[in-house]
Design a protein around this ligand. Structure first.
Ligand code: HEC
Ligand code: HEC
Ligand code: HEC
Ligand code: HEC
Length: 182
């Protein structure tokens, strides 16, 4: 093979390898808290699943399935029940508004504000080798938050019908779920 045609083969191969990644508009899929829990309920890793389960976030969808919630919805002029209204669901759960093909068998809208609400849909980053390589995980959909307080306030703000202010430091203490060091 001549040097030029070899270069051509290299370029074509490179294009095959690079282009799909660059033009990758394929959205990532939701897996569900149970899938994250396969590893994140392990004590050695900090059992984030338990912190979440015991937090209000795990109840956020159920909070919409009450007469009080339906009254809030009616008062706002909504024609649907709270748990069926986009206007409420957007802060109370995830995955209700995406193509069914992107929702894994174990994912539950009923899990409310869940792992993937805050960390991004995990179909491509949930495997151990990816999880251990943060840069790769971020490429595959893991959301990291440079400004955590600002992130919380995407929901904890006056667009919430029950909003009474948000103290970030106190609130973060209630839901902190660190990974043990070392
Ligand atoms: C196969 C086991 C496994 C599964 C499944 C898994 N993780 Fe992880 N995850 C880990 C391990 C191990 C780490 C620690 C990686 C390290 O620091 O070396 C980690 C780290 C993380 C981090 C911290 C990333 C960072 O470096 O800041 C987040 C956030 C996270 N996982 C969220 C999730 C979510 C959300 C899911 C479900 C969609 C999930 N994980 C599923 C094993 C797993
Ligand atoms: C309300 C939003 C929220 C929910 C729900 C949530 N997390 Fe997090 N999590 C955060 C934030 C914010 C951080 C801080 C660091 C960051 O964003 O990168 C964090 C950090 C982590 C870390 C890294 C901790 C460390 O010390 O490095 C892991 C692992 C993690 N979360 C896993 C999970 C898992 C698993 C679930 C579900 C059981 C979950 N998280 C639910 C917001 C959330
Ligand atoms: C996707 C929207 C969303 C995001 C993002 C979010 N929350 Fe929440 N949070 C909620 C909803 C909805 C409730 C109410 C759940 C209920 O009462 O059933 C709630 C309740 C809480 C509560 C319990 C109420 C209380 O005052 O004791 C705490 C604490 C909390 N969130 C902390 C945080 C922190 C800290 C962050 C950022 C790391 C955060 N939340 C990000 C939606 C969100
Ligand atoms: C901008 C985000 C956001 C929107 C939109 C939103 N909520 Fe909430 N909701 C929250 C947060 C955050 C909380 C926790 C308390 C607070 O700070 O408002 C909450 C708390 C609640 C609670 C109290 C739950 C409890 O444990 O007592 C109810 C009920 C509720 N919301 C119903 C609704 C209904 C009904 C709608 C739609 C009409 C709605 N929410 C729209 C963010 C939102």
């Amino acid at each position: 093979m001549s040097r030029n045609s070899l270069m051509l083969v290299v370029i074509i191969l490179a294009a095959y390898l690079i282009l799909p990644a660059n033009t990758n508009a394929q959205p990532f899929g939701y897996e569900g808290t149970q899938v994250c829990g396969m590893c994140h309920k392990i004590e050695k890793y900090g059992n984030q699943s338990k912190v979440w389960q015991e937090s209000k976030h795990s109840q956020a969808f159920k909070a919409l399935q009450t007469p009080a919630a339906d009254k809030i919805a009616t008062d706002k002029g909504l024609k649907t029940k709270a748990a069926e209204s986009k206007e409420c669901l957007r802060c109370h759960t995830s995955g209700y508004n995406v193509d069914k093909a992107l929702v894994g068998a174990k994912f539950k809208v009923e899990d409310g504000v869940q792992c993937e609400t805050c960390h991004g849909p995990g179909s491509a980053y949930k495997s151990m080798p990816v999880m251990k390589n943060k840069e790769d995980a971020v490429k595959k959909g893991l959301m990291v938050h440079a400004d955590v307080e600002k992130f919380c306030k995407t929901c904890h703000n006056s667009e919430s019908p029950s909003f009474k202010g948000f103290n970030f430091a106190e609130s973060w203490k209630k839901i902190a779920h660190p990974m043990p060091k070392g």
